[in-house]
Design a protein around this ligand. Structure first.
Ligand code: ADP
Ligand code: MG
Length: 318
C-alpha cells in the first residue's frame, strides 16, 4: 500500500502525569486526513488530557504529538490557525457575548465561516447578545461547538461533543459534523454516547486508565465481543436456563420483562433452537439482532478491568 499523505494526527508514546496520577500512559494513535475518529472510555481514563496534549494546551511528559505535521507546543501559532478545539470547560469570560465570542474566534483564522449563519444553525440566533455566563448549559455547549468550527479548521478536536444536548440539538450537531467532514475537516471527538459513536465515527479508540485497549471500526468492535448476537424470545413455558447457558457459544442468558435474551455467537443459534425444541419450549416472537456498540463497550472495558484486577491480586499475593 502506498500512503499518499501524512496522517492528520499522529501520537506516539504519549505520557502525562499529574503528580502521582498517571493520566495518559503510553498512548499511540493515528488519525488519517478526513477521518472522524472517536475516543471512548470511562470518566478519568485520560481522554481530555490526551485531547489537551494534541491541542498543545498541555506539554506531554514523554512521547510525541504531531498535528498536520506540526508540534502543537512549539508550533503553537500555526496550530491555532488551523485547528479548532472544543474543550469540556470552555473557560470564556463571563461577560463575553455570543456574537463577540464568535467574531473573536473567527478572527484567528484565514477563511472562517459566517459566524451569524453558524450561530443560527446551532440554535443560537436569538442569543447573540447574551453574555456567555447567562446561557443555559446546552447553549454554552452549542457555543463551544460553534467556536471550534467557526474557523473552518483542518482538524477539529471535540471533547464530549454532545454532552448535555437535547436529542434534537444532538442530531443537528451530528449533521453539522458530517457536513464539515465532507468539506475536508478531520475530526477527533470524545463521546460517551454509543449511538453517536456508531453514527459518526469511522474508527474508535477505547481507552481505560490512560491506555488504549483497542482501536477499530464500530462494526469491528462489535465483532470482537464474545457475543455478537442477541436472540430474544418469549418462551411458552418455563425453560432450563442453566442448560441453555451451558451451550457452546452462549455467553449469557437473562430475562427482561418476560423476554429471554440469549447473548451468543452465530455458531450457537441452531444449538439454542434445537435445545428449546428438545425441551418442548416454543420461542414466540423470536428476534435475532446484532449486539450493539453499548454491549461491545461494556464487554471490552469490563474484561480489561477484570484482567487488571486479577493482575493486581496476583502481585499482592507474591
Ligand atoms: P477523562 O477526560 O477521560 O475523564 P481526564 O484526562 O480529565 O480524563 O483525567 C485523567 C486523570 O487525570 C484523572 O484521574 C483526573 O483526576 C486526573 N486529572 C485531570 N486533570 C488534572 C489536573 N489538572 N490536575 C490533576 N489531576 C488531573
Ligand atoms: Mg474528559
Amino acid at each position: 500500500m502506498t500512503t499518499t499523505s501524512a496522517p492528520a494526527i499522529e501520537v506516539r508514546g504519549l505520557r502525562k502525569t499529574y503528580g502521582p496520577v498517571v493520566a495518559v500512559d503510553h498512548v499511540d494513535l493515528t488519525v488519517s486526513e478526513g477521518e472522524i475518529f472517536g475516543v471512548l472510555g470511562p470518566n478519568g481514563s485520560g481522554k481530555s488530557t490526551t485531547v489537551e496534549c494534541i491541542a498543545g494546551l498541555r506539554r506531554p511528559d514523554a512521547g510525541s504529538v504531531r498535528i498536520l505535521g506540526l508540534d502543537p507546543v512549539t508550533d503553537r501559532d500555526a496550530v491555532k490557525r488551523t485547528v479548532g478545539v472544543q474543550l469540556q470547560s470552555a473557560g470564556l469570560q463571563a461577560k463575553l457575548r455570543v456574537r463577540e465570542a464568535l467574531e473573536l474566534f473567527a478572527s484567528f483564522y484565514d477563511d472562517p465561516r459566517d459566524p451569524l449563519e453558524l450561530a443560527t444553525r446551532l440554535g443560537l440566533g436569538e442569543r447573540l447578545d447574551h453574555p456567555w455566563r447567562k446561557l443555559s448549559g446546552g447553549q454554552q455547549q452549542r457555543l463551544a461547538i460553534a467556536l471550534a468550527l467557526v474557523g473552518r479548521p483542518k482538524v477539529a478536536l471535540l471533547d464530549e461533543l454532545s454532552t448535555g444536548l437535547d436529542p434534537r440539538s444532538r442530531r443537528e450537531v451530528w449533521e453539522l459534523v458530517e457536513e464539515i467532514r465532507a468539506e475536508g475537516t478531520t475530526i477527533l471527538l470524545v463521546t460517551h454516547l454509543m449511538e453517536e459513536a456508531q453514527h459518526l465515527c469511522d474508527r474508535i479508540a477505547l481507552v481505560q486508565r490512560g491506555r488504549i485497549l483497542v482501536t477499530d471500526t464500530p462494526d469491528g468492535l462489535i465483532g470482537r465481543t464474545a457475543a455478537p448476537l442477541i436472540m430474544s424470545f418469549v418462551p411458552d413455558r418455563t425453560l432450563d436456563v442453566a442448560a441453555l447457558t451451558a451451550l457452546g457459544g452462549v455467553s449469557d442468558v437473562m430475562e427482561r420483562s418476560g423476554r429471554m435474551q440469549v447473548a451468543c455467537d452465530d455458531t450457537a443459534v441452531l444449538a439454542v433452537l434445537d435445545r428449546l425444541r428438545d425441551e418442548g419450549v416454543r420461542p414466540e416472537h423470536l428476534r435475532i439482532s446484532e449486539s450493539s456498540l453499548d454491549e461491545a463497550y461494556l464487554d471490552l472495558i469490563t474484561a480489561d478491568a477484570d484482567a487488571s484486577e486479577s493482575d493486581a491480586t496476583a502481585k499482592e499475593t507474591v
